[in-house]
Design a protein around this ligand. Structure first.
Ligand code: BG6
Length: 510
């Protein structure tokens, strides 16, 4: 096991939702698993006036996100964790002198033996990332003379290629690239990491992982929920920025990449960048028209319950043209993937929550069984990212009896069968990695820029293109009526059920 050195975690934006919902529960789990070093404290920083005690009440004792867990634990154990949490009020603005903050950090360091190692976690609005980095540097808090300093940056990382580049340049003035950890919580998911293992720790998949055997690749990310209370943020973002540019292109890069030389962070990240750079950028309007679909959910009734349309959601412009559904078809310009179409979609208010990768294999080169409908019995490898995490292979078997009637059978593996293994939550895993200086599961500057390079023309087209349409779909269905048109008669979306082995079309919608 890697060693975790004594250190301090300074969380900017500590009064925000992410801190209470994800970061503190992740730290708590690390504490319970005895993964935090002996000398460790977390210092929450934001513009709210709060004492250490009030902060502990908010994120631990009175937290909705921890209440079930707290019921099962004894008071001393909870207190031991809560006592590691502190709070510092920055006053009116993040753009201020950090002298006071520096003094507090020094005091905590001396009192709790955290050494000079510090992670700064930026969970503020993105417009403040550079300001915070700048002010830390002004206060001499970025120097590594007395212990390492790391900066974790939350998504969204930029709003476009240009803004992402500017942000990278801005941060690089104060922190070097190896000090910057750009978080993408999908990379913290075990099943996403398992894509690497499935491909590169087996000899049965990789020989088939190319244009000779793969007909198409399909990735679906569906959420049952709408925009919830995040209408204000989401309306300026949309599905393409919120999910596709980051989480889904990360999954794409793991499917597309070449085998790295080794498992070191830079080896893997080099291959991912190459993969993202090989996505064929769609430039002309005709291509963008043919290969992209955007849509928005409209009000409906699901199981007797009325569902609001997107434009009726709190914080959303009633005339909004922000997409809640994005489906993109694209090609990868390299030797391995030449001619293989990729279909990737993400949406809110779908019938179920599911993320999966489907590899559709080509039909056998010569069909000896002439039964009609054989093409519906193609081989598929389905990698279920969530829920019901697992892997399913669909293949043909003979139906007992005379002749050669072929039926499709399932061969499956479920993560839940590894019962005694503790599966870390994404944020838990990613925080621990950053604490140990392992950047494998964090995005590098060039990786983020390569992803924006692909996404930018689509966003521009959707904003300014002349034949762009915004389709509607009733909340609770699998997207707009014309969703399958992307396939141009060569297939259709696999609409997965809640369980990995459910056949398409089946799902629970309540
Ligand atoms: C976030 C998006 O990054 O990912 C949300 O901002 C989305 O809109 C969420 O709901 C989905 O994450 P998960 O882990 O629930 O699939």
């Amino acid at each position: 096991m890697k060693k975790t050195e004594n250190q301090m975690l300074v969380i900017f934006g500590a009064s925000g939702d992410l801190t209470a919902r994800k970061l503190i529960p992740a730290l708590f789990n690390l504490h319970l698993a005895k993964q935090l070093p002996k000398g460790f404290v977390a210092l929450g920083v934001s513009r709210s006036d709060m004492t250490d005690e009030a902060f502990r009440d908010r994120v631990v004792y009175d937290s909705d996100y921890l209440k079930d867990k707290l019921k099962k634990l004894d008071k001393a154990e909870i207190k031991e964790f809560a006592d590691k949490l502190f709070y510092e009020d920055l006053g009116e603005s993040y753009d201020t002198d950090y002298k006071g903050l520096r003094k507090r950090v020094e005091e905590l360091k001396a009192a709790h033996d955290t050494s000079g190692n510090i992670i700064y976690y930026l969970s503020t609005p993105p417009t403040l990332y550079e300001t915070v980095a700048h002010k830390l540097a002004d206060a001499g808090m970025n120097t590594q003379k007395n212990g390492w300093k790391r900066l974790i940056v939350e998504k969204p990382f930029g709003y476009s290629l240009e803004t992402a580049k500017k942000l990278n340049e801005g941060l690089h003035q104060y922190f070097t690239e190896p000090q910057i950890y750009r978080i993408d919580h999908y990379l913290g998911k075990e099943t996403v990491q398992n894509l690497l293992v499935t491909r590169f720790a087996n000899s049965i998949f990789e020989p088939l992982w190319n244009r000779n055997y793969i007909q198409r690749v399909e990735i679906t990310n569906a959420e049952r929920v709408g925009v919830e209370k995040r209408g204000g943020y989401y309306d300026k973002s949309g599905a393409l920025r919120d999910m596709f540019q980051n989480h889904l292109l990360q999954i794409v890069s793991l499917v597309v990449m070449e085998p790295p030389i080794g498992a070191e962070a830079e080896e893997i990240r080099n291959e991912k960048v190459k993969a993202l750079k090989s996505l064929r950028i769609m430039e002309d309007e005709e291509t963008l028209y043919q290969n992209t679909i955007r849509a928005q959910y409209v009000g409906s009734v699901v199981n007797g319950e009325p569902m609001k349309g997107y434009r009726e959601e709190e914080g959303v412009d009633p005339n909004s043209t922000t997409e809640t559904y994005a489906a993109i078809k694209f090609f990868v310009d390299n030797w391995r993937w030449h001619g293989v179409p990729f279909y990737v979609r993400t949406a809110k208010r779908m019938p179920t929550k599911v993320t999966e990768v489907v590899i559709h294999f080509k039909e056998p080169h010569h069909q000896i069984f002439k039964e009609p409908g054989m093409h519906n019995k193609d081989n598929k490898l389905i990698i279920r990212i969530q829920p019901d995490e697992g892997i399913l292979i669909k293949f043909g078997v003979k139906v007992p009896g005379q002749g050669f009637t072929v039926e499709r059978a399932n061969m499956d593996f479920y993560y839940s069968s590894l019962a005694e293994t503790y599966v870390m939550e994404a944020y838990e895993r990613l925080l621990l990695d950053a604490m140990q200086g392992d950047a494998t599961l964090y995005a590098r500057a060039d990786e983020v820029e390569a992803a924006w390079e692909f996404v930018d023309p689509i966003l521009n087209y959707w904003q300014k293109g002349k034949d762009v349409r915004m389709y509607g779909y009733a909340a609770g269905v699998w997207g707009p009526e014309n969703a399958d048109e992307l396939f141009e008669g060569d297939g259709f979306w696999r609409n997965p059920g809640e369980n990995l082995a459910d056949d398409p079309g089946y799902c629970v919608i309540c």
